[in-house]
Design a protein around this ligand. Sequence first.
Ligand code: ZN
Length: 276
Amino acid sequence: MAASPIDLKKCAVHTRTNKPWSLRQCCEAYAKRGIGGVSVWDDAYAGIGVAEARRIIDGTGLGVPALVRGGFFTSLDERVRTESLDHNRKLLDDAAVIGADMLVLVVGATPGLSLADARAQVIDGISRLLPHAEQTGVKLAIEPLHPMYADNKSCINRITEARSVADALDHPLLGLALDVYHIWWDPDLDDEITSVGADGRIFGFHVCDWKLDTNNLLTDRGLMGDGVIDVRGIRSKVESAGFHGWNEVEVFSERYWAMDQDAYLDLIVERLGSCT
Ligand code: ZN
């Protein structure tokens, strides 16, 4: 099935994508171009407070798909795990004030802890966090990360592992955020998207691209059309699986951060139309 034309009103940009800009600059520029939403990284409101962040966002009329990012449930030290849970509860409170639909979870991985033990800690952590998600009404979205991050960022690297956590906890507020950067290579991608969609657990969809000449695994992402990912094809699959939420642009790139951010945002809008 061909992807439907992209609707800017159903597109959002992560504040980290325009890292040089303040939250206000991001929101005003997105709204001016007809983009419908902003996904907020917590550093975007660190200096102004969450209530002021809400006022800024409301003033521009943008929707907020996600607060980014919570998680990091794993540690060899139980005290650290407890502190992490407290931090996640605070992030859920912040998400509720901002009006974010979901808190994105990068679940964590810890050198010296087996991936299997780490996954058990993730299930334990999310199960302890769910009551607070219920209180705030904010969803939790596990984001599987590319296996290159299995050392210290995420012990959940494929959709199937994230799905098994969601199955184990089976809660309506728990689902997945699918980021093309992390999932495009998965040999089971089509079936996995179909399965997670059938369960109604695709909460978020993040777009960017994997550059052929990537020189930094964290801060050299491509914009849609810069690389090898069939972003439009994956969007089509996700929509066929029943997802009709936001297309969130999430690009970390020293190269693009060095650009004039208005010109860069014009390019983002162009690529949303031509390559997403
Ligand atoms: Zn993402």
